[in-house]
Design a protein around this ligand. Structure first.
Ligand code: ATP
Length: 685
């Protein structure tokens, strides 16, 4: 029939598609049932999940308790899923996407059944052709048989074209939904996940793993379901023709499963290791691309090439092992089927020569046996695909099992506009995997309407304070309150709606300047966007661009200078009209002139709001209403610039140190200027 499974290995076949049906898990599942026992990271992973939970991340304590219960459930489900094997893993992953696609599933299922039926009628017609028409020289019978075949062939071809179309739609919609599920989950992951996970690790789920899943889903109908149904139908036909011969053939058939049984666990393990290795290499590439400036500046190309080669070679070896073992699973089947066929041919021919079966029965039995062998080989061909996909699905599930941020408490109220203060009440906080708390029983009250700077030595926890105000992380002990309300108890959305943050590195998206600013407030009008840009003092620059506000900023805003990027980020923050403006080293990466200009802008914008700025550039905090100095997890000094200088403590020390650096830099600058002047003069001479 037109859509007979292709001869080449299915792993290379991107044609065709279909639903997953657990009825057909047997051959695939039998081979892949070893997945759980050989999957190395399962126990550690579960422990890791537990540890992640043990730490409250963007969630509150009550919810954490509930989550711990959920963890136990997860553990049971995970183990059961493992026991169900690789096919079970794929099916469980896919099942949610099948729920509202029953019509498509039914159409594809019907089409496959019709095709299976035709593929039984075909060999069966041989028996009647040989025994009734050709043997008896009955021309009428011959016409009848050929007519039935022609009509059945035409109908089946039409049905096949029709269901292939549904199959393609079904597969593509399942793949889209799966990708959306992954992406949706990533949106809900807490900051802690992104801090500890390499970007390449996350990306590989969308590239390598999703590609495996896609191949499996797209080839399922033609390469697994259809051959499996034809296999069953072929066996029934063999029994219909001669049950004794069928029984003999069937009894020796299990030898075809010996190879897969031995080799599949090894193939599963090798494929899992390949996936891990590919994810790690993606991480290396990702890091390398991001660090190109440093690599060039330090001439690290040779060394980075060396690191890459090491990983690439390792990945190459794992791919070779996984590919060889996977193909050996199929090869062992084809070899044993060939042996088996010789045996059946010999017995059949013997019975026919002895007159115990007709020639028509012998030929049809042979044909049915070929059909069965052919379809067994095809079902077995699908095993490497399912093995690879099961490993990919496990890899995707690892990310999907990562706990999300947790939802707000039921009926959590909205946080009203911030009126009085933001307080840290005996807050202790430690990052996952870090040795000591960053904040240790810290108490601090920040009055609204003020411009407040948070300073301190590097790593003292300045950014961490801002993260806690934003509820990106939750305190291990104590609480952060706004106007006396614990921020865990209000909705996250309302908390953040009163705040806007400008980071040191502000991600601009590859879209127009207008859209980048509008990200600060959904539905902001063009006028609001322009107003914000004016306040951020970037409007005139934008109007000088050929496409003005519609100018595309390029990937990560690469077409703009650092200062321009920051001003757009400030406009994005301002369009929210926040009552609290948080600055996390917002101007520290800029040169002193740009920094001074931006600080002047920010000071103007801070009027009527609360501005909390974490910075290590002390020149930018001199004008602040209050400066908080933190060190060793505690607030050690607070006051105005003048007060803290007079105090002669840590702030004074930091100020003096920075003053010396600045003076040195200024001297250098002056020397450079002089050198340049000399060069200019030389040039002139
Ligand atoms: N996501 C994280 N996971 C683990 N440790 C972290 C994480 N973020 C920060 N840390 C650690 O917590 C400590 C405080 O970090 P934080 O960024 O708050 O300091 P900071 O005062 O803002 O530093 P800097 O002035 O250098 O920016 C540092 O030791 C840092 O290494």
């Amino acid at each position: 029939m037109a859509s007979k499974p292709p001869e080449k290995p299915i792993s290379d076949d991107n044609k065709a598609t279909d639903p997953l049906d657990d009825k057909f898990a047997l051959p695939v599942g039998a081979a892949a049932a070893q997945v759980p026992s050989t999957k190395p990271p399962a126990p550690e992973k579960l422990v890791a999940d537990k540890n992640a939970k043990a730490k409250p991340v963007d969630d509150d304590e009550d919810e954490d308790e509930d989550d711990d219960d959920d963890d136990d459930e997860e553990l049971v489900v995970f183990t059961a899923r493992e026991a169900a094997g690789a096919f079970g893993t794929i099916y469980a992953f896919t099942r949610p996407f099948l729920a509202n696609r029953r019509k498509m599933l039914a159409f594809v299922g019907f089409g496959v059944l019709v095709e299976t039926l035709f593929n039984v009628i075909m060999p069966l017609s041989l028996k009647f052709l040989i025994d009734d028409a050709l043997g008896e020289e009955d021309f009428d019978a011959l016409i009848k048989i050929l007519s039935v075949l022609a009509v059945a062939g035409i109908i089946t071809s039409i049905v096949a074209i029709w269901y292939e179309r549904w199959d393609a739609r079904l597969a593509s919609s399942i793949i889209s939904s799966a990708r959306e599920r992954l992406f949706g989950h990533v949106q809900e992951l807490p900051s802690a996940y992104f801090a500890r996970t390499k970007r390449g690790e996350t990306l590989s789920r969308f590239s390598v793993d999703m590609a495996s899943f896609e191949t499996c889903i797209k080839s399922f109908a033609n390469s697994a379901l259809l051959p499996f149904l034809e296999l069953i139908a072929g066996i029934l036909l063999m029994f219909y023709l001669n049950w004794q011969l069928a029984l003999v053939a069937l009894l020796i058939f299990p030898i075809t499963l010996i190879g897969p049984r031995i080799l599949t666990p090894k193939a599963v393990q090798a494929n899992y290791e390949q996936k891990q290795s590919e994810a790690s290499i993606l991480g290396t590439i990702q890091e390398n691309i991001a660090a190109q400036a440093v690599i060039k500046a330090f001439s690290l190309q040779r060394r980075t090439m060396g690191w890459f080669r090491l990983r690439n070679d390792d990945t190459g070896k794992r791919i070779a092992a996984a590919t060889f073992l996977s193909t050996m699973v199929e090869r062992s089947v084809t070899i044993s089927v060939l042996m088996l066929h010789l045996v059946v041919l010999a017995i059949g021919a013997y019975l026919a020569t002895k007159g115990q079966i007709t020639v028509g029965t012998f030929v049809t039995f042979e044909s049915a046996f070929w059909e069965v062998s052919y379809n067994i080989a095809h079902v077995m061909h699908f095993i490497p695909v399912s093995i690879q996909t099961a490993a990919a699905v496990q890899h995707m599930n690892e990310m999907l099992d990562e706990p999300t941020r947790g939802s707000d408490k039921p009926n959590a109220p909205e946080l009203p506009r911030v009126e009085n203060n933001i307080s840290f009440d005996r807050v202790t906080f430690q990052y996952e995997n870090s040795r000591a708390p960053v904040l240790d029983n810290l108490s601090l009250k920040l009055d609204v309407g003020k411009k407040i700077a948070i300073v301190g030595p590097s790593g003292s926890g300045k950014s961490t304070l801002l993260n806690l105000i934003l509820r990106l992380y939750m305190p291990d002990e104590g609480k952060v309150t706004i106007d006396g309300v614990d921020i865990r108890k209000v909705t996250r959305e309302s908390l953040r709606s009163h705040m806007a943050v400008v980071f040191q590195e502000n991600m601009l998206f590859n879209m127009s300047i207008r859209e980048n600013i509008r990200l600060g407030k959904e539905g902001a009008t063009d006028e609001e966007v322009v107003e914000a840009a004016k306040k951020a003092e970037i409007h005139r620059y934008i109007m000088g661009l050929p496409d003005k506000y519609d100018t595309q900023v390029g990937e990560r805003g690469d077409t703009l200078s650092g200062g321009q990027r920051q001003r757009i980020a400030i406009a994005r923050a301002i369009v929210r009209n926040p009552s609290v403006l948080l600055l996390d080293e917002a101007t520290s990466a800029l040169d002193q002139t740009t920094e001074a200009a931006l600080n002047a802008t920010l000071f103007k914008l801070a009027e009527g709001r609360t501005m909390i700025s974490s910075t290590h550039r002390l020149t930018s905090v001199v004008e602040m209403d209050e400066i908080i100095v933190i060190s060793g997890g505690q607030v050690i000094e607070r006051g105005s610039h003048a007060e803290l200088l007079a105090l002669g403590g840590t702030y004074r020390e930091l100020w003096d140190n920075q003053g010396r650096h600045t003076a040195d830099e200024d001297d250098d600058d002056e020397e450079d200027d002089e050198d340049e002047d000399d060069e200019d003069e030389d040039d002139e001479e």
